[in-house]
Design a protein around this ligand. Structure first.
Ligand code: AMP
Length: 450
């Protein structure tokens, strides 16, 4: 609860009015430290609630020690104009029940208008480094009264080449001040020198990042020519890739149903899970999956949200996820609690750019993999082919060179062996009670107990 965080009632009222009830982890951890006046290094990303986490202690400080005649008391540096606007809006909303004024100062805006607004001495400024430096150089602004400096998305500012501007601005601030630095990762190569000049004995808080969340998961891609080709690759993987349990993601309910039904008709014990299924049926399928009576699920994102099932170590994106967050969420179904997982993305030409965007977002490079006997014609965009392989991707060496006729490495349960030679169940019954024979399932089924 925010009320437990020792925050002024006027700020609490604004938080309440914004419809925000519970602090996010970054807020829970960093607000108390910042309220103590300590410098803070926070590894957190957009979407974590980091803005509120650094604005609230600033407002609290300004309310605790009113100084009506002072100049800028709080400065928030952001890499882009859009982010500056967002932060400005957040400040304004949180300060709605106070007299505190906030102003953004970004490049691309009319200089004279900006100077006129700066003369009104807003307590909080939010801006991009280039334009702020220009104001300092032209003496239209000074930071002599500054008490609270925030370097938001510092890694991005460094990547955008703002190091000199940031150093210049830091130099223009009094040394007696509180400084907060926020960055998606605290391991950025250029961050340390900035920390050395900008912060004093900072408390370090690293929140889990999207990259961290998928660190234990090996991520691969296999190129495919068309959905039929993907299907063959999928079947090969289900039969040959060593794993306990796997989830196959599709982008639409209709396709999940179609693919799942087709595989069931072929005698595979495979569950289908999508958002439009009745709740009892969803529960039943999930229980079968939990119990290891089926080891594969064909699912859509909606249905798989929040699934935490022990033993899932393989995720196959039959359709590539449409967004980075969605992708992280999908592959995070495997490799839970620090266990190793494998995510395999089946990529057609129309999914190449999406997969490249997701790799950039996660700062990972998918291992390029191909399966002997199932190589297609599509090899990636031309410029990638010229380089011999996908940009930054590594060639996979051993296991994929196994022929599809090779003996699968997967373990077999005694129960499965007993099924050999039994009559094939009709498709509709293939998922029935969990005892129906499975024609080609080769994965083991550890009994999960979560
Ligand atoms: P940020 O990570 O600061 O970019 O914030 C992402 C979004 O989360 C913004 O739209 C905020 O309004 C919202 N937000 C911030 N804190 C909370 C919270 N405690 N509960 C719910 N939403 C929040």
């Amino acid at each position: 609860m925010f009320s437990e965080l020792d925050i002024n009632d006027r700020i609490l009222k604004a938080i309440d009015q914004m419809g925000i009830t519970q602090p996010t982890p970054v807020q829970q951890e960093s607000i108390p430290v910042a309220l103590e006046g300590k410098d803070l290094l926070v590894g957190a990303e957009t979407g974590s609630g980091k803005t509120l986490a650094f604005v609230v202690p600033l407002l609290q400080k300004l309310l605790d020690t009113p100084k009506p005649r002072s100049g800028t008391r709080g400065l928030i540096l952001t890499p882009t104009r859009e982010l500056a606007e967002q932060v400005e809006n957040m400040c304004a909303e949180l300060a709605a029940f106070t007299q505190i004024q906030v102003q953004s100062v970004c490049g691309g805006e009319n200089w004279s208008n900006q100077v006129a607004r700066l003369r009104k001495n807003p307590e909080i400024l939010v801006g991009t480094p280039g334009r702020l430096k220009e104001h300092l150089e032209r003496n239209t602004l000074d930071f002599d009264d500054l008490e609270y400096l925030v370097l938001d998305e510092a890694d991005r500012m460094l990547d955008m080449g703002f190091k000199d501007e940031m150093s210049f601005i830091i130099d223009a601030c009094p040394t007696e001040r509180q400084t907060l630095l926020l960055s998606a990762t605290l391991n950025h190569s250029k961050l340390q020198s900035l920390i050395n000049v900008g912060l004093k004995k900072p408390v370090r808080l690293q929140l889990a990042t999207a990259q961290d969340a998928v660190e234990t998961i090996t991520q691969q891609m296999i190129l495919a020519d068309h959905p039929g080709h993907k299907e063959k690759i999928l079947l090969w993987l289900l039969d040959n890739e060593e794993h306990e349990k796997g989830i196959i993601f599709c982008n639409t309910r209709a396709f999940a149903e179609q693919l799942g039904t087709k595989l069931q008709r072929e005698g595979r014990r495979i569950g289908i899970l999508h958002g439009e299924m009745e709740q009892p049926e969803r529960k039943r399928i999930l229980q079968l999956f939990r119990d290891g009576r089926i080891n594969h699920l064909i699912a859509t994102d909606v249905a798989a949200r929040g699934l935490d099932i022990e033993g899932v170590d393989l995720v196959i994106n039959f359709d590539m996820a449409r967004k980075g967050d969605e992708y992280v969420h999908r592959i995070g179904r495997s490799g839970r609690q620090g266990r190793k997982g494998l995510a395999i993305n089946l990529i057609m030409s129309n999914e190449w750019n999406l997969s490249a965007t997701i790799q950039r977002y996660l700062k990972v490079t998918f291992e390029m993999r191909s399966i002997a006997g199932l190589k297609g014609h599509y090899k990636g965009p031309e410029k990638v082919r010229k380089n011999g392989r996908a940009a930054g991707t590594k060639k996979r060496k051993e296991s994929d060179k196994r022929k599809s006729s090779d003996k699968p490495k997967v373990k077999q349960r005694a129960r499965d062996k007993k099924d050999i030679g039994k009559r094939r169940q009709p498709a509709a019954a293939a998922l029935g009670d969990g005892n129906a024979p499975m024609m080609r399932r080769k994965t083991t089924g550890l009994d999960p107990n979560d």
